[in-house]
Design a protein around this ligand. Sequence first.
Ligand code: ADP
Length: 469
Amino acid sequence: MNTKSIRFRLITWYATLLAILFIFLGVGGYWGFKHYLMQTSLRTLEERAQQIGLTLVDYKDEDYIVDDINKHYAPEINDRFLRITRDDGKQVYISGLPKDGSFDPSHLPLLNKPVNQAFLREEQSLGVGGLLIYTLPFKVKSGTTLVLEVGISSRQIEDPLHGLLVTIVIGLPIVVGVAIGGGYLLIRRSLLLVTAITHAAEKITLGNISERLPIAKTGDELEQLSFSLNNMIARLEETFQHINRFTADASHELRTPLTILHCDLEAIIQKRSLDPQINEMIGSALEETERLAKIVEGLLEVARLDAGETKMVFIPLDLASLTLTTVEQIRLMAEDKEIELACQADSTVMVAGDPLRLKQIVVNLLDNAIKYTPSGATIDVKVISSKDHALLRVKDTGMGIPREALPHIFERFYRADKARSRQLAGYGLGLSIAKSICNAHGGYITASSLEGQGSCFTVQLPLIVEHSD
Ligand code: ADP
């Protein structure tokens, strides 16, 4: 799991915040409910104590109290506690065990100090359970002060609180889990669009720069982002076309003066009366104009291919037989250098393409392989079909390409070793042309190499899949 991904970070933040929020809510709810229960119990006890006090206003003796209480309140039946103590400390009444047995009044210690004002207290461990007791001093007509202690079992508060606690403890993880699950799905849905845009953006290269990213009609920032990226790609495409047009125009304009120069130099060199030294210089100038003309032709070709201005005829053709024929035509060149040229292209591999241009790819790759492979080595050519594409592979056991040069060899005029390439009559355009042709065919070309051990160039083109109905 990628802990730095937006999805992971969002969900972690969301889950943490949600859990903290729910814990606060749970704790707050618990204390709020406890407070409410205490207040309600206090009010009830207060009212009851006042009520009992009023009925005892005419207090005469103990029997009077016992009769009166049993007649009006029967605390045991109502699971309540009642104790009445005189101001001289004598206990005049105490209720018995309640019906639910939740506390035992006999365990309650006697009041050891005079009571001047009402108060609420909680007595724990009274046999079975605790008691919440409201104590009220009450003066009766005879002048005696009776201390009334009215109580309820602590369970009446603890039970609902315990219920709430259980609900919170069980419910909280469930609620947080469901919220996280829902959040995960929502975030995943939004990020699927980001993934789709990323994949589409990765596929856009100079070869298919006219393609655009998918626009999600969500009306949100993602839609805005894909719009902005598409506008940026459009601007890049425009700039790229502009550069290509400029290169093509410049190369085109250079062709005519170069041809004139070449013809003039040829005419001069044919004059017999020339000084041999001048003759040699003109010969060298002629060689350079030829070289220049080839560069200009190459440049014009790449620029036109990249600008989509080259007219191409796309027809279904067998790449295997096209390669075999080309290899045979070039075999002589390899034999001259005592290089063994092997070609494996047995079964038909159908592609839609321009035969002349595809042949040019094979020629350029073989030309390089022969150029950069020493005598006695071997070159293997292979054409196969794999899944939905055709593969053409040219592998040599030559000098190879330095690792730092490998990413640049398809750039215009790039030569891994300039001195070596010039010696071998290279212009650094052969692979650029091959790449542009591949792109124009909806395919691509890749290279792998180990310096001193050889190189392998692979061309991948879309295969024509024949449907058998
Ligand atoms: P060039 O005309 O210089 O061969 P290319 O565009 O065909 O230009 O190739 C670019 C550079 O890639 C070459 O200068 C060479 O350094 C390197 N290169 C291409 N093919 C091979 C190969 N088969 N073996 C070694 N180096 C190669």
